[in-house]
Design a protein around this ligand. Structure first.
Ligand code: URA
Length: 199
């Protein structure tokens, strides 16, 4: 039987599946609309996230808010979380073992939110969700259908802050997300199909 939100919360808060939990200030489970048709998955909490207990609230989060708003989505209408729920020391990438230790929490979150569309932010999320055979440089912007979810990846906002030249590709990826949400008639109050706009 599927676990409930309070059970999942408790599991995350009590989790000692790996050593990250003992080095962080607090767990960062994720937040947003628990019924959102669109779910975003990042890598893991950074410094600000660790301090505030919320996902994507630092500089990368500010850019993410702008990216969402560029496709007419307010942040509170999506669900945002990370592959690992504890900040890795000095913001290093989580190890494969740490990702494995945390993947059950992410799977439970996906099962509870049941989004129609999943946007993976960066290489760690791609690896955790799609597997090691996928590379962000090759698979970004491509739709992958798995278990009833439409999955697409784009560059992590931190990568965009480091390398502005990736922004054009990221923008194209986001437009695809918007288009798919329209096609599926998700967010009808916010999104209109713009394809005939210039006809
Ligand atoms: N980077 C992530 O992957 N997640 C956050 O929550 C913040 C920065």
């Amino acid at each position: 039987m599927r676990i409930s939100w309070p059970e999942l919360w408790e599991n995350i808060m009590q989790c000692q599946n790996c050593s990250l939990g003992s080095g962080c200030i607090q767990k960062v489970p994720g937040q947003g609309d628990v019924h959102a048709p669109l779910m975003l998955i990042g890598e893991g909490p950074g410094e600000q996230e660790d301090k505030q207990g919320l996902a994507f609230v630092g500089p990368a989060g500010q850019l993410l808010t702008k990216m969402l708003s560029a496709i007419d989505l307010p942040r509170d209408r999506v669900y945002i979380c990370n592959v690992v729920k504890c900040r890795p020391p000095r913001n290093r990438q989580p190890s494969p073992e740490e990702m494995q230790a945390c993947i059950g929490h992410l799977r439970a979150q996906v099962a509870l939110v049941k989004p129609r569309v999943i946007l993976l932010l960066g290489a760690t999320a791609v690896c955790a969700v799609l597997g090691n055979d996928y590379r962000i440089t090759r698979c970004h912007g491509q739709w992958i259908e798995r278990k009833g979810y439409s999955i697409i990846a784009t560059y992590h906002p931190s990568a965009l802050l480091r390398d502005e030249s990736k922004k054009r590709d990221a923008w194209d990826d986001l437009k695809k997300v918007r288009q798919r949400l329209c096609e599926l008639s998700l967010y009808p109050d916010l999104l209109e199909d713009k394809k005939n706009e210039h006809a």
